[in-house]
Write a new protein. Structure first.
Length: 96
């Protein structure tokens, strides 16, 4: 399984970018994107930025990853999934 990280571009040369997520920094390819600006949030899979994220989506992904880490370490994870608490799962329209 491959997880994507919501990372922020802190330096770029047009072909690659130095990105940050928490305390981690890594150089990733940005060749799939059209000149992402400094400060842009990107979804990174296997050291490749695959698409731009808005701030809300980046925060939701980061919260889900932190919640997963909390759950795996036996900590309460409900606060990371506040948008899902009390909701019934919804099938996509094509599966209804």
């Amino acid at each position: 399984m491959c997880l994507g990280l919501p990372m922020t571009i802190i330096e770029t040369d047009g072909m690659s970018a130095l990105c940050q997520y928490g305390d981690e920094q890594r150089r990733v390819s940005v060749m799939l994107l059209s000149e992402p600006p400094l400060g842009a949030k990107v979804l990174v899979h296997i050291d490749t930025a695959v698409r731009l994220l808005d701030d809300d989506e980046a925060r939701l992904i980061a919260d889900a990853l932190e919640g997963l880490d909390a759950a795996l370490n036996g900590h309460d994870c409900d606060r990371f999934f506040a948008d899902l608490i009390g909701q019934e799962p919804q099938l996509p329209e094509y599966l209804r």
